[in-house]
Write a protein that binds this ligand. Sequence first.
Ligand code: ATP
Ligand code: MG
Length: 406
Amino acid sequence: MNLRRNSSDPGGGEVGSARHLILIAFDEVALKRGQRSRFIEQLRRNILDQIDCEPGRLALRHGRLELEFRPESEDELWRRCSSSLGRVFGIKWFGRAEAVPVDLDALEAAVVRRAIAAVESGARTFKLEHSRKNKAFPIESQELNRRVGARVLQAAPELSVDVHQPELLIVVEIRRDQVTVFADRQPGADGLPIGTTGSALALLSGGIYSPVAAWYSMKRGLRVECVHFHSPPYTGLKAEEKVRDLVHALNHWTPEPVRLLLVPFSRIQEEIAERIPAEYWTIVQRRFMQRIAGRLAEQCGFDALVVGDSIGQVASQTLSNMAAIDAASPHLVLRPLLGFNKADIIARARTIGTYEISIRPFEDCCVLFAPRKPAIQCDLKVVEAHERELNQDGLIDEALESLTSS
Ligand code: ATP
Ligand code: MG
């Protein structure tokens, strides 16, 4: 450990021995005893797939991932990576950092470099935090804050200290083998890495809710694909384009593109409208969707289905109706939006980039075949009796034969 100051160092310091990094901290991954290494490896792969830049080296060190890159590409890389990294599930926070040898001069020089860079981007107040994980380092955190802080003020006189609401927080971690200095800490997307908890088929309408439900399923680590039931010629190309755009928006949050399965539904709806009393149209349509999605789940090996409804969101979303819908297929049906109120869901749709697409005025098939007064307390036996009027298997086979995917 070298505590001697290099008198020729003007303040910016030698960059040569510093490693330039983006530090990535995990969210719940850190807690998964027994599964930890599998989760971290999946997160590592997802990061490499999801960031749209030359990844450099991505390695696990001190319980975090370090993405290393050449200093000359730092600004450009940070700009591009930071927006992608903010959309990788499993990350708690990430930040631009330098790792330098355990040496006071190197530590000070790295802090000063971070401070000068922040001043150039407009910062005027700062706070310094030292975390001395290596207790053998001979200067205590308080003293380091004082000494290194004074050095920053000398090198960047535009800055002043603000311990309550600093524009720039510089954190210095002193470990046994390296000192890490980081600023620009950004919040991650939290949750679990996609691909660690299973897979699900999300029933995606063109509405506001189902894309948010699909997003929350991804956030819990599920690999999600989507199925949409469309009704040409009642619904046009614009309605289909809307659903494709929703999937495109969801793709920003996943390492691999989300596949969209499109199932033609008009024939089933026409049969329902002809043979079943209007009050049961909604429930019978949803039961058909559930059966078809269940068949697809079986064929493609999905562990669950995901839908965007919640209790009381629309008149027909009652517990008895949900029970009747779920009875149509043996698959586990997830309803991630159950605990949210409408305003929360709309706010989330805005932040994930689906809201503006969902409110485009192209209705999906359900709206066209919606009864004026849907049954709100349905009796499963009555529904099943009505359904016997329909050639269920024939209609489902026919729909699946015309399925398209993209
Ligand atoms: P959303 O905003 O998701 O459409 P909603 O409040 O309008 O929800 P419904 O239209 O009753 O409620 O749909 C409930 C759920 O059924 C949807 O969230 C979706 O998961 C599924 N669903 C409805 N219509 C379709 C469709 N055309 N294709 C695929 N899934 C659908
Ligand atoms: Mg809807």
